[in-house]
Design a protein. Structure first.
Length: 133
């Protein structure tokens, strides 16, 4: 075992495994997927039991769409005229430390957002265009 490898226990099956990653929590992809399914089921049960959803996020999402004129901030298409699906996009991706705040969010069509992945806008050809509302 090299100096960078460590022993860890899987959070699902408690099997001991060797890892060289800092925060590896599962011994296999199967255990990782099982964890995701359990978490999703717990969230669904909570929503069914309490009838609550994340209203703060939904409100913020709507405000971002409204601010951007219900248009894609990258290509300018909108659902009514062009039939695209709008989603919320992080300007600075969450994986690179971006926060869930209005200044870091724009509306984007599914095509533009799926092509962007987690790239920073400065490194991409796409740059947000804000429609005048």
């Amino acid at each position: 075992m090299s100096k960078h490898n460590k022993k860890a226990n899987c959070e699902i099956c408690d099997k001991e495994f060797i890892t060289n990653r800092i925060k590896q929590r599962f011994c296999s992809l199967k255990c990782s997927q099982k964890s995701w399914r359990v978490k999703t089921q717990k969230q669904r049960k909570l929503v069914l039991k309490t009838g609550e959803t994340n209203n703060a996020y939904l409100k913020l999402r709507f405000e971002i769409f409204k601010r951007d004129g219900f248009r894609c901030a990258y290509c300018g298409r909108n659902p009514k005229e062009d039939g695209v699906k709008l989603v919320i996009d992080h300007i600075i991706p969450k994986s690179k430390g971006g926060k869930l705040v209005a200044d870091n969010l724009v509306s984007a069509c599914y095509d533009c957002n799926s092509g962007k992945r987690d790239a920073l806008l400065e490194a991409r050809i796409l740059s947000p265009i804000y429609p005048t509302v």
